[in-house]
Design a binder for this molecule. Sequence first.
Ligand code: CP
Ligand code: NVA
Length: 302
Amino acid sequence: MLKGRDLLTLIDYSPKEIKEIIDLGIKVKKNPKKYQNALKQKTLAMLFMKTSTRTRLSFEAGMTQLGGHAIFLDWRTTNLTKGRLEEEIRCIDRYVDIIMARVYKHEEIQAIAKAAEKPVINALCDLFHPCQALADYMTIIEKKKKAKGLKVAFVGDGNNVCNSLTVCGAKLGANISIGTPQGYEPLPRAIEEAKKHSGVVLYNSAKEAVKDADVVYTDTWVSMGQEEETEKRLKVFPSFQVNKEIMGFAKKDALFMHCLPAHVGQEVTEEVIYSKNSVVFDQAENRMHVQKALMLKLLGKA
Ligand code: CP
Ligand code: NVA
C-alpha cells in the first residue's frame, strides 16, 4: 500500500511497489486524459536547496496535467533557513497535500519527512535520486521490453544516481555492474540491499564494467555540493569517460543513458550522447510520467 507513504529511498520500497509505480507511469503516458482531474484541488510544495531543470519542470507540469497545482519554493527566497526547519515544514504541511524536496544531506530529507504528516518525496539528496531511477527503468522497460536479466552498467562516480539505479535495478531483477575509480564506490548500504535481490559486481575499470552490457549509464563527475573537489575529481575520472571505445565493449544495441545535465567532453563524448543508442531525452520525459504515477499512488488516487 503506497497511500500516505514517503519516498526517501527505494530501499524502503518492495519490488512489487516499484513495478506498480512504473507500470502506472507507462499507463499514464499512454492515456494522460484519463488522469487529467485525478489530483484536482491538490497542491504539491516543491522545496529546492539546489538548482534544477528537469525535476522542477517534470513535477510542476505533471501536477498541472493531473489537474492539481505545484508551488516552487527556493530555499533562498523563503524563511526555511530563518526558523527551525521542523517548524517551517509543519506550516507547509498545513497548506499542501504532498511535498517534494531537493536537499544536500539525506538527513535533511529525513528531517522533512519526520516533521511532515503529508507524503514527502526525495527529489535528490547526496545519497539517492529515487525519481530518476524510476524514470530510468521505465525507459529501459519501454526500450528493451523488460529489466529482468539485463546487464545494467554504471560507469563513473558511485553517487546518488548510481545508488538509486543499483537498488531499483536489482529489485527489478537486472544484473548491476559498476565501474568507478577506487575510493568512489557506491554506498555500501545500497549495494547490500541490491545484493538481496540480484547480482551486483563492482570494478575499478570502465571496460570490465561495461563488457556485454545492455545498458551503459554515466553521470557527472562533480555532483552539486562537491564543487570544491572539482580539480581533484577532473584528474581522477578521465579513464571512466564513456566514449565510442568504451561503448564498443557493451552489446551492439546497448542503450546509453544519463540523467542530465551532462558535461559533454568529460563523463561522455558528444559522439555517444548524440548517438542513435542514446535515450537521454526519453529518460528526461519519463521523469514526468513516472512522477505523475508516484503522486497518484502516494495520494491514493491511482
Ligand atoms: N536529472 C535531474 O534531476 O535533472 P535536474 O537536476 O535538472 O532536475
Ligand atoms: N549526481 C548529480 C545528479 C544531478 C541530477 C548531482 O547530484 O548533482
